[in-house]
Design a binder for this molecule. Structure first.
Ligand SMILES: Nc1ncnc2c1ncn2[C@@H]1O[C@H](COP(=O)(O)OP(=O)(O)OP(=O)(O)O)[C@@H](O)[C@H]1O
Ligand SMILES: [Mg+2]
Length: 142
C-alpha cells in the first residue's frame, strides 16, 4: 500500500490557522490507508479543537523516516495536556470537551488502529508549549 502522508493531513486542516507540513513526498507504509488517515485526522482535529481559544494557531506536522520506521509528529500551539491527563488521554471515553462535542473515543480508537499496524502512538507536551502526538509505524515492505 502506497500512501502520500501529506495527503492524509492536508484533508483534515481547514480553518484559520497556520499549517506547517514537513514531509517527504512519498512514503510507503504497510496498512489500511483509510484507517491511518483516520488516525491523522483525529490528531489534527484534536489540535484544532485545542487551539480554539489561542491567538496564534499553528499546526505543525512533521513526517520523518528513521531506521525502518515512519514517524508522524503532530504539534499544536494549544494549552497542552495536564500532566495528570497524559496517561488518560487514550482511555476510552476520556474527554474534557463539553457533552455532545467529544466522545472521548478519538484517541482510544486511534491508539488501537496504530497498534494493529504494529506501531505506537505517544502523547506529550512540547517544552515550548502545546501538545505533541507522535505516531510511529513500521515501513515494512508488503
Ligand atoms: N492536542 C491536544 N491538546 C490538548 N488536549 C488534548 C489534545 N488532544 C487530545 N486532548 C485531550 O484528550 C481528550 C481525549 O481526546 P479524544 O480524541 O480521545 O476525544 P475527544 O477529542 O474529546 O472526542 P472525539 O475525538 O470523539 O471528538 C480530549 O478531550 C482532550 O482533553
Ligand atoms: Mg478527538
Amino acid at each position: 500500500v502506497v500512501e502520500t502522508a501529506v495527503q492524509w493531513v492536508v484533508k483534515g486542516a481547514r480553518q484559520e490557522l497556520e499549517v506547517v507540513i514537513e514531509a517527504p513526498s512519498l512514503l510507503e507504509v504497510t496498512g489500511h490507508p483509510g484507517q491511518l488517515q483516520q488516525v491523522i485526522m483525529n490528531l489534527v482535529q484534536n489540535a484544532v479543537d485545542a487551539m480554539r481559544d489561542v491567538e496564534r494557531r499553528r499546526l505543525e506536522v512533521h513526517v520523518h523516516e528513521i531506521g525502518g520506521e515512519v514517524r508522524v509528529r503532530v504539534r499544536d500551539a494549544g494549552p497542552g495536556i495536564a500532566e495528570s491527563d497524559l496517561v488518560r488521554v487514550f482511555d476510552p471515553f476520556f474527554t474534557t470537551k463539553p457533552v455532545g462535542q467529544g466522545t472521548g473515543l478519538g484517541l482510544s480508537i486511534s491508539y488501537g488502529i496504530v497498534a494493529e499496524h504494529g506501531g505506537d502512538l505517544v502523547a506529550a507536551n512540547h517544552p515550548d508549549g502545546g501538545a505533541v502526538f507522535t505516531v510511529t509505524l513500521p515501513t515494512e515492505a508488503v
